[in-house]
Design a protein. Structure first.
Length: 457
């Protein structure tokens, strides 16, 4: 009887607990995938021979088949190194999750003729499928091609040669969305204009690689084109010294008027990769609109650098300085990624061949606005470059025969990729902008170099 009562009591207790209301457990929703933009610049790995081998790169391990990483004068490269692909392929040994779009820069190698290659992906590492159309390259100037990834599974990527002549590959940019995309050594930031969450503002902390404040190799050696000054009353011609470059900033346009910098081989050593850390400049006056890393989102315009990222690879601080939004203008993708990119690469090619350059870039005109009317889109983007042989006493070495290249491009989606079509004179740019460019030179020398149109050779 005692046993029966015990079991009856147990059944009652079980029934009571089974009928009790159990409080719900809060299960947090899965974390939203973060957007990413990761660049493989091929600056960190080394491979001197064509033989099949794996290479540990910034993004992870890659298989190089009949390919090497070159840095000769014949190799087209954005910074110091690029892939030279003969008749094989380069393939990631890792899978990339959430991949949506890939950008690849390619060019012919040395004096080789045109060639072709395919971009491929694989979900199993065995069968690779072509993405997009075959790419034909016919110039030593990099062309940029993009590939839309439709697979939702993690993929390996491959670039495979199909032509018979050698090519160079550089700056492969992977964009997508995943909290764990699969890259081993990097956690880059959001792709251009894709984030609604702005990055925190920051300052520039210069290192010993920053150009000197005055004298040879200083950023403003050839003069202050607009008489800009660091006083609040000059809100639309405000002088900002970012150490790695100097600019005149317009608070009403929310873009630079012009940016000036010196460029030589010490600035493009490839010590630092592209940082992609777009951010507002924390030092901007609080009463002015502060452009955020997200301000160009959905506008259709690129965040176009004035002082290029690839002109400042001597340190993380140097490269990071170029990603401040006070260094950006709304630039059409065709202008930014093709025309302007080709010109920038040409200038760096001259520098690696023994020149130093003093560069002034600017923009003007009103082609509308973005960011709810707060950022002005320029109609024109221009650049003036003074080329000198490496040396000292730079101002005194400029003569009537010194090479000065001036380019003025329309900021349109139909602009030609060939920047040489837009060569002009310094004087024509002065007329369009009202600036006094190269004002540190004597009047006679200015009259000589500013009225000549460079042949673009």
């Amino acid at each position: 009887m005692k046993h029966i009562n015990y079991f009856l009591t147990l059944l009652v207790l079980v029934g009571a607990y089974s009928c009790a209301k159990i409080p719900p457990i809060d299960v947090p929703p899965p974390a939203k995938d973060s957007s990413y933009s990761v660049t493989e610049s091929f600056e960190s790995g080394r491979k001197a021979a064509y033989a099949l081998a794996d290479v540990d790169l910034r993004t992870g391990s890659w298989s190089f088949n009949d390919a090497l990483i070159g840095n000769t004068a014949a190799d087209t490269k954005d910074s110091s190194w690029s892939v030279r692909l003969r008749n094989g392929s380069i393939t990631t040994n890792f899978k990339i999750t959430g991949l949506k779009k890939v950008y690849v820069s390619s060019a012919t190698y040395g004096t080789d003729g045109p060639s072709t290659w395919n971009f491929q992906t694989s979900t199993d590492g065995q069968t690779f499928t072509n993405v997009g159309s075959p790419v034909t390259v016919s110039s030593k100037t990099f062309q940029l091609d993009s590939f839309l990834i439709t697979s939702t599974d993690p993929v390996q990527v491959r670039i495979i040669k199909t032509g018979t002549t050698r090519i160079n590959i550089d700056n492969i940019i992977f964009t997508g969305a995943s909290n764990n995309p699969g890259f081993k050594n990097v956690t880059d930031t959001l792709p251009t204009g894709d984030s609604t969450v702005p990055a925190a503002g920051r300052y520039v902390v210069p290192g010993s690689d920053a150009p000197p404040a005055l004298g040879d190799n200083s950023n403003l050696l050839f003069g202050n084109p607009s008489g800009a000054d660091s006083v609040l009353s000059m809100a639309n011609n405000y002088l900002i010294n970012q150490f790695y470059y100097i600019e005149s900033y317009s608070s009403s346009r929310a873009t630079p008027n012009w940016v000036s910098w010196h460029l030589d081989a010490t600035n493009i050593t490839g010590v630092a990769d592209r940082q992609n850390d777009f951010a507002a400049w924390a030092g901007l006056y609080s009463g002015w609109y502060k452009v955020q890393s997200s301000s160009y989102m959905g506008s259709g315009y690129d965040r176009g650098h004035n002082c290029p990222s690839a002109d400042r690879t001597s340190s993380v601080a140097a490269n990071s300085s170029t990603f401040l939004m006070t260094n950006m203008i709304p630039q059409t993708p065709q202008n930014n990624q093709q025309t302007w990119n080709n010109l920038e690469q040409y200038i760096r090619t001259q520098v690696t061949a023994g020149k130093e350059a003093y560069v002034i870039m600017g923009s003007y005109g009103n082609a509308g606005t973005i960011d709810n009317g707060r950022i002005t889109v320029p109609t024109n983007v221009w650049k003036v470059i003074v080329f000198l042989d490496n040396g000292n006493s730079d101002l005194s070495r400029v003569s009537a025969t010194t090479r000065v290249l001036a380019v003025n491009t329309p900021n349109t989606s139909t602009v030609s990729a060939d920047w040489k079509q837009y060569i002009t004179t310094v004087r024509d740019i002065e007329t369009a902008t009202g600036y006094n460019l190269l004002s540190s030179l004597s009047t006679d020398v200015q009259n000589a170099v500013e009225t000549q149109k460079d042949p673009g050779q």
